[in-house]
Design a protein around this ligand. Sequence first.
Ligand SMILES: Nc1ncnc2c1ncn2[C@@H]1O[C@H](COP(=O)(O)OP(=O)(O)OP(=O)(O)O)[C@@H](O)[C@H]1O
Ligand SMILES: [Zn+2]
Length: 727
Amino acid sequence: MNDLFGPRPCASILFPLPLPEAFDYAVPEGMALQPGDHVLAPLGGRHVHGVVWALKEEADGERKLKPVEEVIGGPRLAEGTRRFVDWSAGYLVEPPGVILRQVLRSSSALKPSPVETVYRLGQTRPDRLTPAREAVIAAAGRKPMSAADLARAAGVSGSVVKGLADLGVLVVEEREVDPPFEAPDPYREGVELNEIQRQAAAILRRLVAAGGFQAALIDGVTGSGKTEVYFEAVAELLRREPQAQILVLLPEIALTQSVMDRFEARFGARPALWHSDIGQKERRRVWREVATGRARIVAGARSALFLPFTGLRAIIVDEEHDPTFKQDEGLTYHARDLAVARGKLEGALVVLASATPSLESLVNAEAGRYVHIRLPGRAGLAELPEIATLDLREFPPERGNWLSEPLVREMAEVFARGEQTLLYLNRRGFAPLVLCRACGHKMKSPDTERWLVEHRYTGRLVCHTTGFSMPKPRACPECGAEDSLTGVGPGVERVAEEARTRFPDAVVEVFSSDTAQGPDAVRDLVQRMERGEIDILVGTQIAAKGHNFPRLTLVGVVDADLGLAGGDLRAGERTYQMLVQAAGRAGRADRPGKAILQTHQPEHEALQALVAGDRAAFLDAERMMREHLRLPPYGRLAALVLSGPDPERLEETARGIAAAAPLAEGVEVFGPADAPLAVIRGRWRKRFLVQADRKVDVSAYMRAWMARVKIPAAIRASVDIEPYSFL
Ligand SMILES: Nc1ncnc2c1ncn2[C@@H]1O[C@H](COP(=O)(O)OP(=O)(O)OP(=O)(O)O)[C@@H](O)[C@H]1O
Ligand SMILES: [Zn+2]
């Protein structure tokens, strides 16, 4: 027994719950604990899974601490992972348990993999061979199988299998149901790099050799071979440190398949894959293999950043500029920013790669905080595509059409040569607005008051913000007129319809998150495109980034103006990046490519810069604007969004919160204002925007502010550090 008044061991346990901090528990005698251990401890009358966050001695027995109940076992959370949880909690202004919940994504992964018994063909052969026995021997020779599978494969009864096992012809083995991932082989040959790629790879190899944290930006035009270059860093790392773990973050599940294939071709093994759709069994397997340090290369979506690595040595953020790295809902974070932070904490190399780096990363590179690696030309024979604007004021499409004549003519030539066209329009569905021809009523989402988008394939009207959907009504809900509801404006489905009408002999497909649901559908579309089985692909941004379609030589941007007018601070940058990426799909192999941008304002500076291939001109203008307005990366932003069911109560709470905002030098607080999306699913919303000088720690400011206010239970307050969405 512990001496009642002497010092006694106690453990702070962090639970994966939105609690303000870790709680202390007594460590019962005979229980050996270490930080990172998984335990069960009593909490609110239940036994809850938590993680030992710290161990200490309690000076006296004054506090009556409850004891830790049980050690669950399983791979201990490594120190780097724990420090990352603490750091992210502080930075994102969230309770640490909320971040821990991101980390503990599979509780069944704590147990070792279940094992199964399999039968393998041994060396001995039976004295007497029957046809049944021969069938079993043939089947077992292909691969080890369970008794039931073997009997089924051989078309015999289980007793034949059993008999052969008794004779020692079949050898019984235990095997993990969740097998480990194959180890990558860093000694295989990659493609032969060109001179510039070799220099870039040499810089990365030096960074790997130096060890520790470093960030590098690979800033290379589309098709310059950034992937091949970062492969060299991965290979070098694995040659030096075979136990190293490497994380590759990808913006889009649509891209994972081809990147996985390329990893396999280069390293002879597929990386472990992590994203929200992988399914429970695979989730358990990846989590366990990462936590035990056995998985070497992990490719994944942004949430892979929270995996429990034990020896993370490199993080690669491919297409680092991509807005999907920012999670806007629930736990809001930017995976690129957190990747750099995790790299620092773990002492790992961080490689950011993009043809259109974010202004944030470029400024970091120019200031010398990141190593700047440039690849100014395309690999091999490919040239960058020619980019031209097509003035829609001069060549307006016919009424109800969206493709202008000169673009259609180019498409016809491309089709005649057996090459492919990508028509890019970042609008899902058939039409972005549905209105009544009789009374002018616009169909709006009951959730958000936003326009409903018509989807013709499903016959439904959909709210793209909340996912609300309804069948398209026959009669106008306002005036009752029948068959008067009409879709206005184009979405990808409508453009595809037009392309089919124009080119009846061509195979036309739509590539958007609606038509490519799930990895298999995406893979299928990508492969058909790669094999040249599709002539015209009409796609949203998911079709426009990262892919390598060798026969794609024409990219038509249906509406290059879309997004330029958007109100948020990154609208210009984002449009520019999307157009460069879309155009960058053309002419990636030996045939030259061309991109045609349909626009009403060819004089716009972003479009002019694109046509002239003058990125510096565009960036300079963008930089001046941001600097002048003290916007990121020249200033810092944080948002606070309040939501609640009762608008008056919300208003009152918002006023109280506004009054509690601390005064600080270099910090301005704007709001509360009605959010542009003032109501979502019956909850009213108000926003604050905090703008601060670059040197201000906005997270600390927000923590101080939140510590001063008491928020009623019905109202939700969420802090967004460096917001990308202003809705
Ligand atoms: N040195 C090389 N020799 C031959 N082919 C190469 C070489 N480097 C790259 N390639 C090929 O060129 C194509 C483009 O390379 P990769 O996908 O790595 O470019 P990227 O810079 O990542 O492009 P993007 O930014 O547009 O996605 C690929 O098919 C790749 O295999
Ligand atoms: Zn009407």
